[in-house]
Write a protein that binds this ligand. Structure first.
Ligand code: C2E
Ligand code: MG
Ligand code: MG
Length: 745
């Protein structure tokens, strides 16, 4: 039996949705991280640029302040004696890094510390001669053509500009203060003018290929023109701008006006610096996410496993019979109901159990009992192996089966086969117990009523089974409506039996036994009768029921005691008693204390023990020969005579008689039915002669005619019992017969 697998689809869908959700969240997280990082970079770059601007201001202000100070000292002298002033400046220059110093007078004369004296009309000085301080762009120095920058301050007399003092700086010295690097030299700054051209080109800037920043931006693919326009607007309006663009790599840049000339400071940072950090955060987050996904997958897998195990256990508990490992009764009901509604045709429902199965557990042991049930289950499953045939254990030793009905005769053949298979099934190595099945069959109507539960039909098959229980001649029965009244009647018997025994409603009848040779009274059989509410009930109506419910044991003891008492009374009344046989149910034989209990009850004188005979039915020999052998030999050792009742009705008790030594056999009356036919006569003759040769007394029951008497006598039979001599009669009637038969009478 396999477990119905749960579809994987929901789990897979759950995993895919979780993974997509995680990826979405991860990408969103990366985007938020990137935005944050960009914002952080913007702030950092702005601070860097601001610091650069401050440094620039500090450096240029320092230069200009010195020049302002010198200008204030030398203005008057310069106007009066320019040559001396040049000498003064020359001595000051020694203390400074200037390439040269000089001044321009309002009339256009220029005096320099390297001795140049010229007249200039250059616009370079104009602003300073109008009173403004200046720092020049990088220009070529006249004498050597090297790049230089000029700091120029106005010279005042009476608050009126009268000239300009200047200092010529080698460009490299000038640029040293302006070109800054930061962030482990990866980032760099440079000055640009309003038209985008670089004010103080440095190696770093040249290496980046920037001579005009606007042009550099404009040359970028796709967004170049837009970036160039943004920077141009910022330069024109003296505002800041933050850029992110791609050249040889990603770049971030910040543009800020410096407030000196029309200059702006640009700081550029390669994006990889920042993105390396972003990448490491992303990789870390990705790995964390992957670990989380793995954990979730492991968790889902674990939950799935736990669920699968739990449902397997549940499935097992509900659908598997723990004892046989076969289909459980619940599953049988479910599948049977399905089949009955889905498949057309007729069906048979079977209910099967084993007679007195509890004896297997008591005589042998629980484990053997369980193993036997497993064997029975397997046997049934092999038997009902056709399509759509179902078998299950209902409870204890009760099994149920559903079979498609192909024909009643066919079914009967199969049932015969099943019964013989069960009868041949050994319970243990010694083959010490015979399994006798009882089977009830309910044939379902072609269209079972939808509102009739299956259990109703099963109850009917159970009812049919109960009608054959304990009946070893008929092992199966088909349900018919009359069975319900039989069962009701049996139920009423069961209800009344205990009180009936207490009220002594059971009466002992005696049927005489006679010597075949001369008809003498030689014995009797005690046969019970139930005087129930004034009506005499024959044993056939209640004995099988008592055997089923075990009450037979109590009743047999009662009969046995009453017979012992009767023998004693005959003695007390001065009569010579004849041996009386008492029927013993086979249930006693499975009671280990049976022999001792009966011997204690044997309330007669030692000499009279021979007068008590026990009749044991032949079928018991087939059930459990070794047990019977032991019990019988112990009883005989106590002086009790043992007779095998109903001899010849079983399968083959003859072979058993070699093993179990008994005192006599009672041939069943069915033997007489075929009397006169050569076959029966031969059988009778050989049975009688064989029993005699084994030293057993032969009694024939059911003798009704003189012809039978004569024939049986001719066969050498010992004793005869039957209506020909007398019917079973109350004790008083039989006592009278006994009196008449007394030797002295
Ligand atoms: P059984 O021990 O084989 O008893 C013989 C049965 O055959 C008796 O039926 C008897 O009345 C009947 N019988 C005797 N002669 C004739 C005859 O010439 N013709 C016909 N047709 N029948 C005859 P009964 O009394 O109805 O008993 C039936 C069975 O009930 C007995 O069969 C025995 O197995 C059982 N039984 C009776 N009394 C007791 C009892 O006290 N204890 C137990 N365990 N079983 C008993
Ligand atoms: Mg009998
Ligand atoms: Mg009999």
């Amino acid at each position: 039996m396999s477990i119905e697998q749960k579809p994987l689809f929901p789990s897979i869908l759950l995993i895919i949705v979780s993974a997509l959700l995680f990826c979405g969240l991860f990408l969103h997280f990366v985007q938020v991280l990137r935005d944050n990082l960009r914002y952080e970079i913007g702030i950092t770059l702005r601070e860097t640029v601001r610091q650069g601007v401050n440094t620039l201001h500090a450096v240029t202000e320092g230069q200009l302040r010195t020049l302002r100070f010198i200008a204030a000292r030398v203005t008057d002298k310069a106007l009066r004696d320019p040559e001396k002033t040049v000498a003064m400046l020359r001595s000051m220059q020694k203390l400074r890094d200037d390439k040269r110093m000089g001044f321009v007078l309002a009339d256009g004369r220029v005096f320099t510390t390297d001795g140049e004296t010229m007249r200039t009309a250059s616009g370079l000085w104009r602003a300073s001669l109008e009173g403004r301080e200046q720092i020049s762009d990088t220009i070529r120095d006249c004498p050597d053509g090297k790049p230089v920058n000029l700091y120029i301050v106005p010279m005042f007399q009476d608050n009126e500009p009268v000239g300009a003092l200047f200092s010529v700086m080698p460009h490299d010295d000038f640029a040293r203060h302006l070109v800054m690097t930061f962030w482990q030299d990866e980032g760099f700054s440079f000055l640009i003018k309003k038209d985008g051209s670089v004010v103080a080109p440095s190696r770093r800037v040249e290496a980046a290929g920037i001579t005009n920043y606007i042009a550099t931006l404009a040359a970028l693919p796709q967004t170049g023109h837009e970036l160039a326009a943004r920077v141009q607007r910022a330069l024109d309006e003296g505002e800041t701008e933050f850029l992110h663009y791609r050249t040889t790599g990603n770049r971030y840049a910040y543009v800020m006006p410096v407030g000196i000339n029309d200059w702006s400071l640009v700081s550029v940072l390669p994006a990889h610096m920042a993105e390396d950090r972003l990448r490491s955060v992303m990789v870390g987050t990705g790995m964390l996410g992957a670990v989380q996904i793995l954990c979730i997958l492991a968790f889902i897998w674990h939950i799935n496993r736990v669920q699968h195990n739990a449902s397997t256990r549940l499935w097992q508990q509900i659908y598997v019979d723990p004892l046989t490992d076969g289909c459980s009764y619940a599953r049988f009901l479910m599948k049977a109901s399905e089949q009955l509604t889905e498949l057309p045709g007729r069906w048979a429902l079977l209910s099967l159990d084993i007679d007195n199965f509890k004896l297997v557990n008591t005589i042998l042991d629980q484990e053997t009992g369980n193993a036997t049930l497993r064997t029975l289950h397997d046997l049934l499953r092999d038997w009902a192996d056709r399509p759509n045939e179902l078998v299950a254990r209902r409870t204890g030793d009760v099994f149920v089966a559903l079979l498609p009905l192909t024909g009643r005769q066919q079914l009967e053949q199969r049932l015969d086969d099943l019964c013989s298979r069960i009868l041949q099934t050994p319970v243990d190595e010694n083959d010490s117990y015979r399994l006798v099945p009882s089977i009830g069959i309910c044939l379902l109507p072609e269209y079972p009523l939808a509102d009739t539960p299956l259990e109703t039909y099963l109850d009917k098959s159970t009812l049919a089974r109960k009608t054959v229980k304990g009946n070893h001649e008929q092992l199966y029965a088909f349900f018919d409506e009359s069975m319900e009244s039989i069962i009701r009647y049996r139920k009423s018997i069961e209800n009344d039996m205990v009180s009936a025994l207490a009220r002594e409603e059971f009466e002992i009848y005696y049927q005489s036994k006679h010597a075949a040779s001369d008809g003498r009274l030689v014995g009797a059989e005690a046969l019970v009768r139930w005087q129930r509410n004034g009506v005499q009930v024959p044993p056939g109506d209640f004995i099988p029921e008592f055997e089923r419910n075990g009450f037979i044991v109590n009743m047999d003891r009662y009969v046995f005691l009453r017979v012992c008492r009767q023998i004693r009374r005959w003695r007390e009344d001065g009569l010579e008693p004849v041996p009386v046989s008492v029927n013993i149910s086979r249930l006693h034989l499975y009671d280990p204390g049976f022999v001792e209990r009966y011997m204690r009850m044997l309330d007669v004188a030692e000499d009279d023990r021979k007068l008590i005979q026990l009749e044991i039915t032949e079928s018991v020999l087939l059930e459990n020969a070794s047990l019977i052998k032991d019990t019988v030999s112990r009883l005989r050792a106590h002086g009790v005579t043992i007779l095998i009742d109903d001899f010849g009705t079983g399968y083959s008790a003859m072979s058993m008689l070699k093993e179990v030594k008994v005192d006599g056999v009672k041939l069943d009356k069915s033997f007489l039915a075929g009397m006169g036919t050569p076959r029966t006569d031969t059988l009778l003759r050989s049975t009688i002669s064989m029993c005699r040769s084994l030293d057993m007394e032969v009694t024939v029951e059911g003798v009704e005619t003189a012809h039978e008497v004569a024939f049986l006598r001719s066969l050498g039979c010992d004793t005869l019992q039957g209506y020909y001599f007398s019917r079973p009669a109350p004790a008083a009637v039989f006592t009278a017969m006994l009196q008449e038969a007394q030797p002295h009478a």
